[in-house]
Write a protein of this length. Sequence first.
Length: 178
Amino acid sequence: MRSFLAIALSPQTRSVLTGLQRNLRAGRLVDPDNLHVTLTFLDDQPEETLEVLHEELSLLNSPAFELYLRGVGCFGGQTPRIVQAEVEPSDALTALHRAIAKATRRVGIVLQRPKFHPHVTLARLKPHDASAVGPFLSDEAGFSHKAGLVTRFGLYESILRPEGPVYHVLAEYELLDT
């Protein structure tokens, strides 16, 4: 099962990001219902492994924290593949990511992307889209939004379809009140 762990965004934050997407004149926009902050991509995993991971994640004692979005950027170097809203790093977010990475290792999942760069993917680009991204990046460089208190994260299944991925929440994990 193709899966990932992520922070769901509030309807208000998704609305703000949808407004931001309207200013992007290139790429395939991420459906507003699919906007999220990926904590880690798990790739394809057997259901049994995800069940054991679920037990591990249920034991985490990570605190709730405020989430802020600041700025926009791209992944992919000279030929960007992704346009994203940047997530402002925080100690609590980094600690949550580390706790999740430890839990995945305990159940035998090897993460393909060990470096953590928190973001919200706004659009996926084709090579010919790259030149249209520059104006968006400079126009929206000052983007800032307080996304609110993060009180949980989820385990999601990702089903790839030609019209775009469909995500299903498999489980949610509560963070501790601060």
